[in-house]
Design a protein around this ligand. Sequence first.
Ligand code: MRU
Length: 354
Amino acid sequence: MMACPIDTKSIRPIIYSAGKCRMLDQRKLPIEELWLEYDQYQEVAEAIRSMVVRGAPAIGVAAAIGAWFGARDIEAKTSAEFMQQFEAICAHLAATRPTAINLCWALERMKSFAQANLDRSIQELKIGLEYEAFAIAEEDDRLNRKLGKNGARLIPDGARVLTHCNAGALATGGYGTALGVLRAAVEAGKTISVIADETRPFLQGARLTAWELQRDNIPVTLICDNMAGYLMSKGEIDCVIVGADRIAANGDVANKIGTYTVAVLAKEHKIPFYVAAPLSTLDLSLSDGSLIPIEERDAREVTHVGGIRIAPEGVPVRNPSFDVTPARLVSAIITEAGVVEGDYRQGLANLFTR
Ligand code: MRU
């Protein structure tokens, strides 16, 4: 098998330099590659809410950078005053999207850094917070590469792999989680092909996963969400791999709406169903998935496609953006600290002691 290095450095949803960040507008891809520039925390919050940037780890990175923009502009005389204002900024950013825990995880990390350094001058504190935000972004890319290597051994050579939504470089600080595992499998010399669910209503699979895999020359075939069962029944899918927005202590997984359906189908067809996520996606404070808050988004995402109405005026709409896949349907959870199978409650807790 030939090793095939992939340069995914070029796919980064957020680029930070000199007090500003640029984000690739993921609402516009693949039609347009539009970069938007931000330097105010309120703008970053709006970019997260409106999904200019999306994907659990990527919104964590964006929130950390947003928190730093806010911190930089605080005018406070005492550290207590600084902290009070910084907490309000973090609360504003945290209120943008409720399901992905990485958002709160990154903001908690920024707040802990500030709290632990309150004895320094406010100027030093601000510089430290900029470094902390930058570290969160860099670590995410590095840990995804580690996670990818851990998961690659589960992907057989020649595998046809179904994925749902986009858990790739676009959804992270770089490289990706589920797609990171597939990139690592290719880098290890395996030949794989990917089947991407389109992922209604926001179409992350059609617009983003297809786009980034094509750029890396990884074979990808696009299907509508309702085609997965047929392909499984025909023996055309060997395994499933998805990312996660939050994983509870018992291994229940919140991910993009439709993930649960795919997991049920995979179980019926005896196909392995893998979840790839960094430790920052684990929320061991929640005993099971029923406690995970599920975001409901605007009805317009369902009634319109590409700005064109496809449903009658006034029809009632539901638009839950995520669902919860019970742990019993999950074959393994892949993290940068190792792969957990079987007893998730014990196995996930152990990851933090390694
Ligand atoms: O609504 P989105 O696009 O932010 O949802 C993204 C997902 O559900 C991803 O699968 C998840 O965040 C993992 S990204 C590595």
